[in-house]
Design a protein around this ligand. Sequence first.
Ligand code: ZN
Length: 87
Amino acid sequence: MTCTHWKAVEFFKDQAEYEKFMGWLLLRIQSREAKPVSAKEFKKDNDADSEKWFRCAQCHTVWRLLRYQPGLTAGSFRPLPSEIEAH
Ligand SMILES: [Zn+2]
């Protein structure tokens, strides 16, 4: 099942767009529509700051956030394929 509640971001155009997105995400977390998924729960060894996961409370899809890092990576926010979803 693919989440229809959130919109994927293929890349962040600039710092402003990334910060706007983070504001949106924080509101989702505060309203409990989004739940941070820990690296441990996700069966990942490292808890790198450049990569975070969030679960949609409505459909339980896990989304992967790659941080926008100027000059390094444009970042992204995409749902994970269901077969590698955290449980
Ligand atoms: Zn959803």
